[in-house]
Design a protein. Structure first.
Length: 697
């Protein structure tokens, strides 16, 4: 590039030490101290209480600002369309949770209604979710097995199917209640920031593993084979082994029904709904149509009687009176409830943020937590299982132009009608149809495997987190996948800090920029001064490595002391020899004194070491101890240490640890250029020797 076309930047300012900069540029104090905040919080007036309460009820603001002419068409159309997808999913996920279809309907009706009141995103379709249904299945089956085991070895009559189902429902209600309490507590405590710690790679790997478990759980239904219930590590592998050992029990009619359902669902979803989504006002509700068609054909052809096809069976109409959640055995599934709460939060808030960004809107993380918690909390009294948002339904609300959360009124009204009347019409629906529908609904999650090459290309660490979480989740179990995913995420965070390498930097020979030391022909050589850039925070996991890198790349003071000691011994021997030759007369050094050793021992050519700490935002006691060792080591060979770019919080930590009792605070500077300006001026390398003037390096 021609120098005449280069835009230059001239910066003119004083040279600043850390203290001088903070004296001139003083941060404004917080308007209210913590004491003031507590005092104000305790002054509860009527209007203030109303404002606080209304802040947790976004529906009030939505109603006040609702514009019927602009909003009602989009809300009604989107709400009705998503209902058509909700219905078959609700029944299918109810069975997936090892409960009954009616419980899936309850787990849709109540969360949708409650989220409308407390939620802030018009695109979130809260209700039944395949992952939450699968995790619920793990809990309720385990509780049912424990209940059945309590009868073995006794003279008591084994429990009936109805009693076993009662235990399952009680466990699901308890889980739902605990999930709600956890999420609401997080919302009231303003812990929405925690959502940032769930990486996209972790959620992606886990949800894909869950999709494999969900799809696999439906495979026996497609073949019409009853397999054993397995728990613990490797349960998926053991399930397939059991399935193939009983493959001769396959009901051909079930396979044919599932195959036809697969073909119809995939053809319509891929070839019509996805291909022409921009031209269609609403997607074809093929899930609902397949369920209706399958039910009608099964009823009149008497699939259950003639071909042994398993059907949904009786679906009770109406609502069961609310009951207190069963928490007697909560200790056994409290950890499962916590995992469900975190996953419900992760899946829901990530989708809410994605759609909010797409439509240029904002959502309140903490209020969303309250909404998710309230939806689960209230549902726990109405025979439901834990709920979350479902991506396909939410994407429909987004694409069809839902304007406010009031779109849920249409969905709720539809489900009210289903629970009171229509649900009974699906008695003859083959389970293989629902199984095919559930597997097809996992399509997008399973296709996340296609993202792996791009993840590898973008970030190797994300790739490892994704693969480890997914592999452990599939081959072991989902709870092990969570532990492995979180563990590998923490480990790789530490590893990133561990392998981050500091390096020597220097001043460019042609302009005021810092360049790496290995750039030839572009770096200004300044005798006696080295600059080392610290690559990360200085804490227990990185402190020793940073110290080792400095000693390795700059100069190791320990080795230098050994060299100086050898020189001293050699000089001492030479002086002794000369003294003997002179008849015992003392040796006069070059400075005219008798200490010839001190006068002739040479230290290193390095005189000043500058530590660029511009990326350091945290330091602990181990980091402070490492810095003290570095300073002490270089002091022994007469090398001064200067530090640049330390933020106020790090300096405050160092002050609390009495770091500056042994290290002069005046050696802290605003940035590297301030230090170099002072050092170069003091050594007379440049013409301008006044460090307080506007010095150009």
């Amino acid at each position: 590039m021609d120098d005449s076309t280069v835009t230059t930047l001239a910066i003119k300012r004083r040279v600043y030490t850390h203290e001088a900069f903070n004296e001139i540029y003083v941060e404004e104090a917080n308007a209210l101290t913590m004491k003031d905040r507590v005092k104000n919080a305790c002054q509860c007036t009527g209007p203030k209480i109303c404002r606080i309460l209304l802040s947790y009820l976004p529906i009030v603001k939505t109603i006040r600002k609702y514009k019927p002419k602009e909003y009602i068409l989009g809300d009604v159309l989107s709400g009705l369309t998503v209902s058509f997808m909700h219905l078959p999913q609700a029944m299918g996920f109810g069975i997936l949770a090892s409960l009954q279809p009616i419980h899936g309907l309850y787990s849709t009706f109540f969360p949708v209604l409650v989220y409308m009141i407390f939620g802030t995103s018009p695109y979130i379709s809260f209700g039944t979710n395949a992952v939450m249904a699968l995790l619920t299945q793990t809990v309720v089956v385990r509780e049912a097995d424990t209940f059945i085991a309590s009868f073995s070895g006794t003279n008591a009559t084994m429990p009936t199917e109805e009693e076993i189902m009662g235990v399952k429902i009680g466990a699901s209600m308890g889980c739902c209640f605990l999930v709600g309490v956890i999420l609401m507590a997080m919302g009231f405590l303003k812990m929405g920031i925690l959502t940032t710690y769930l990486s996209t790679s972790f959620v992606g790997g886990f949800t894909t593993a869950a999709a494999i478990h969900i799809a696999s759980s439906q495979v026996p239904k497609i073949f019409g084979i009853k397999v054993e219930s397995f728990a613990g590590a490797g349960k998926l592998v053991r399930m397939y082994i059991d399935l193939f050992s009983k493959i001769e029990q396959t009901v051909v009619a079930e396979v044919i029904i599932a195959a036809i359902s697969f073909i119809i669902l995939l053809l319509v979803k891929i070839c019509i709904n996805e291909r022409f989504k921009d031209k269609m006002k609403m997607p074809i509700p093929i899930d609902l149509l397949v369920c209706v068609g399958g039910t009608v054909i099964s009823h009149f052809a008497k699939f259950n009687d003639n071909f042994g096809v398993k059907i949904v069976g009786d679906i009770p109409s109406g609502f069961i009176p609310p009951a207190m959640p069963h928490l007697q055995n909560a200790g056994r599934f409290a950890s499962d409830a916590f995992v469900m709460a975190i996953l419900s939060l992760a899946m829901s808030i990530s989708l809410a943020k994605l759609l909010a960004n797409k439509h240029g809107q904002q959502i309140d993380d903490n209020q969303e937590l309250v909404a998710y918690g309230a939806s689960n909390f209230f549902s726990g009294f109405f025979y439901s299982f834990p709920s979350a948002t479902a991506p396909p339904r939410s994407m429909i609300l987004s694409s069809l132009g839902a304007n406010t959360t009031i779109n849920a009124i249409t969905t709720s009204a539809f489900f009210l009608l289903v629970i009171l009347v229509i649900g009974q019409l699906f008695v003859s629906l083959p389970l293989s149809v629902l199984a095919a529908m559930i597997i097809v609904s996992m399509k997008e999650l399973l296709l996340q495997y296609r993202n792996l090459p791009n993840i590898w290309k973008v970030n190797k660490y994300d790739f490892v987190i994704w693969v480890v979480t997914n592999s452990v989740g599939v081959l072991a179990d989902l709870n092990y996948g969570i532990i492995a995913g979180v563990g590998i995420s923490i480990l790789l965070t530490v590893v990133r800090d561990q392998i981050s390498a500091g390096h020597l930097i220097g001043l460019s020979s042609s302009e005021d920029v810092l360049v790496k030391d290995n750039i030839t022909g572009k770096k200004k050589i300044i005798d006696g001064i080295s600059i080392f850039k610290i690559p990360t925070n200085i804490y227990f996991a990185t402190a020793e490595r940073i110290k080792a890198q400095i000693f390795q790349q700059v100069i190791d003071p320990r080795k230098q002391l050994k060299i100086m000691a050898k020189e001293a011994n050699k000089i001492a021997l030479d002086e002794t020899k000369i003294s003997v030759e002179n008849g015992g007369a003392p040796v006069i050094g070059v400075n005219g004194n008798q200490n010839g050793v001190a006068a002739n021992i040479s230290s290193s050519s390095l005189k000043s070491l500058v530590l660029d700490c511009s990326v350091v935002t945290y330091i602990d006691m181990a980091g402070i101890a490492a810095l003290q060792q570095i300073i002490k080591g270089y002091k022994k060979i007469d090398v001064d240490i200067y530090m640049a770019g330390l933020p106020k919080n790090v300096v405050a930590t160092m002050e609390a640890a009495n770091f500056f009792d042994t290290y002069p605070k005046k050696n802290l500077y605003h940035d590297v250029f301030d230090i170099m300006s002072v050092l170069i001026s003091n050594t007379g390398v440049v013409e301008n020797k006044c460090p307080t003037n506007n010095t150009k390096l």
